[in-house]
Design a protein around this ligand. Structure first.
Ligand code: PMV
Length: 324
């Protein structure tokens, strides 16, 4: 049996359908080529050790029987609970040292928590020779993330496991890869870290007050997701851009855009983008824009001028893989 395994998983960007996807509607998500990595080593001691320098965890350890108990530092939660959930189904006969590192900042909203959960599950089960299917890795990782956050659709977990660009319905009811060759997005970071659960709760408050109004927004978002899917496959960028603008309008209506995100989005459109919208929960994190190749530079400059940081990524990246 191997003594150590390293795996990596991509980050993600939401293309269309955020928030609605929490409530049984579809979304479109793409994996990005900045990756999370985890190395898992077998230990003789019945112990869990974690080194996750990116989230300020070093020298963290506890016995396997203590997994999930006591005070868990924020940076250790996802990996530790992932290991606990594995142990519930597949009893562990030895300990593990897990080391994670990321090519992207956990501030961007690229899904570092989900990617580290997915990496942990894949690496530990590989090391134990369990050969889980992608769906089994997804289910265990989604259970872990939901157990910690309490809310969420699992779209970020799916992007980390499957990679590519996915049509995804809440909880993995549908996970359908789109066969794409190109999706040339421009990504701007707002400089503000957003908290997904806080934003979900803000929308929930509005939805509790105006249930039919908000549900009809979700239904309209579902309609545009379903139109965006073939348009993305056909590389009909003008249509995709138009739908991004419509989606952004609904996100404004849900109250999750910010002055800064909107300024970056308007600047991108003024500079010739086909369309632009926030990506993810809102309240900060990133916006995305789609522009004709000849206007790409001008759009990037306009976003930077509005205070955004351009993050250079490739979309449609490969899903989880074992590194040699
Ligand atoms: O905050 P992010 O980038 O993980 O995006 C959240 C998207 C939501 O639809 C609001 C939540 C979810 O889990 O789908």
């Amino acid at each position: 049996m191997n003594k150590s395994v390293t795996v990596s998983a991509p980050g993600k960007l939401m293309l269309f359908g955020e928030h609605a996807v929490v409530y049984n509607h579809p979304c479109l998500v793409t994996a990005v080529d900045q990756r999370m990595k985890a190395t898992v080593e077998l230990l003789n001691a019945q112990e869990f050790q974690l080194v996750a320098v990116d989230v300020k965890v070093a020298g963290y350890k506890k016995t396997l029987t203590e997994l999930g108990k006591g005070n868990i530092p924020k940076g250790a939660q996802f990996v530790e609970i992932a290991l606990k959930n594995i142990a519930e189904t597949y009893p562990l006969s030895s300990g593990f040292k897990i080391t994670t590192s990321s090519e992207f900042s956990s501030q961007f909203g690229f899904g570092s928590s989900s990617a580290s959960t997915v990496c942990t599950i894949k690496a530990v089960t590989e090391l134990l020779n369990l050969k889980l299917s992608k769906k089994e890795v997804f289910d265990l990782a989604f259970k872990t993330v939901l157990g910690i956050q309490g809310k969420g659709s699992g779209f970020d977990v799916a992007a980390a496991v499957y990679g590519g660009t996915l049509y995804f319905v809440t909880g993995g009811k549908i996970i359908e890869p789109l066969n794409l060759t190109r999706l040339p997005l421009i990504v701007g970071y707002s400089g503000v870290k957003a908290d997904t659960v806080t934003l979900i709760n803000i929308v929930k408050e509005t939805s509790d007050k105006y249930p039919e109004l908000i549900e009809s927004i979700y239904t309209n978002i579902e309609m545009l997701v379903k139109q965006a899917k073939p348009a993305i496959i056909a590389q009909g960028w003008q249509t995709v851009g138009n739908l991004m603008n419509v989606n952004q309008g609904y996100l404004e209506a849900l109250g999750v855009s910010t002055k800064k995100l909107s300024a970056m989005i308007y600047s991108a459109k003024d500079a010739g983008a086909y369309g632009a919208k926030l990506s993810g929960a809102g309240g900060g994190d990133c916006m995305i824009a789609l522009a004709p190749e000849g206007k790409r530079k001008a759009v990037e400059e306009a976003i930077a001028q509005a205070g955004g940081q351009i993050i250079s990524i490739k979309t449609n990246a490969e899903g989880i893989r074992v590194e040699i």
